[in-house]
Design a binder for this molecule. Structure first.
Ligand SMILES: [Zn+2]
Length: 267
């Protein structure tokens, strides 16, 4: 039997490393085949190099990061600030979904600090939704697939929504055991590290990631380093409610009972 599959779909090179890579590493450990897909090239992430050079360098860095994570790399499909909710991009993302046939999709928060993130999330969600629609054409053309998929949303950048409200995760994943791997993957993005180190002090890039994972860990009141997730409503994605992260990660996965309770409160 082929192994279960998980894919992380983010906006820019390094977004997966900041918010999803620990969970991806643990899924790999649990026997999942994992995939790594940034929709944008990261071409605007430099003040020293032009767009073409930056695009090339960041693709190389992202490829190395995916290798560190043991995940299959997928090339970006557009440039920074151009992740728009367009049919042309949706066809490309849906093709990847049909190719890899994931049981788990990890993506950005539906509300995030900038539109590339929000739109990457929308594209990932609809691409997963359209996996079985025979009349939806993908580019390249891929046959529609069957099967359940669960979509999980990462914490937004800054752990707040664009209106500054704090976002509480519905579940947290203990990433302490794989923090070194997450750090190593993030460190592959050397261009970004250099840029931030110059403007914000040495190692601020890696430090920021650790500060975030510690902050989410504190929210859990259990784990020292954590990544937070909110699970998408299952309608259109699975026959009944499923939580494959819970099954795969066992005691490294902690459901926020307060969050679950709040979902069932009468409006
Ligand atoms: Zn980003």
């Amino acid at each position: 039997m082929s192994p279960p599959v998980a894919i992380a779909i983010a906006a820019h090179p390094d977004d997966i490393e900041f918010y999803m890579a620990g969970t991806l590493l643990l899924l790999k450990e649990a026997g999942y085949k994992t995939h790594y897909f940034n929709l944008a090239s990261g071409n605007c992430g430099s003040v020293e190099q032009n767009s073409a050079k930056t695009r090339m360098q960041r693709a190389k860095e992202a490829r190395s990061a995916a290798a560190v994570l043991g995940a299959q790399f997928h090339s970006s499909i557009t440039d920074d600030l151009q992740i728009l909710y367009l049919t042309s991009l949706l066809r490309r993302v849906a093709a990847v979904i049909r190719e890899v046939k994931p049981g788990i999709v990890l993506t950005h928060s539906p509300q995030d600090y900038m539109e590339d993130h929000t739109n990457a999330c929308r594209l990932a969600v609809t691409a997963a939704f359209a996996r079985g629609m025979l009349n939806f054409r993908t580019v390249p053309q891929r046959r529609a697939i069957e099967g359940d998929v669960a979509v999980y949303h990462a914490m937004p950048h800054g752990l707040r929504d664009p209106l500054r409200r704090r976002i509480v995760p519905g579940a947290v994943v203990n990433i302490a055991r794989v923090l070194d791997g997450k750090r190593e993957a993030l460190a592959c993005h050397r261009s970004q590290q250099r840029w931030l180190d110059m403007s914000q002090g040495l190692n601020s890039y890696l430090q920021t990631m650790e500060d975030i994972s510690r902050a989410v860990g504190r929210m859990s009141r259990r784990f020292k380093h954590a990544e937070g997730w909110r699970r998408h409503l299952h309608l259109g994605f699975s026959v009944k409610e499923i939580d494959p992260l819970r099954e795969a990660l066992g005691k490294d996965y902690l459901i926020n009972t307060g969050y679950e309770r709040s979902l069932n409160q009468e409006p």
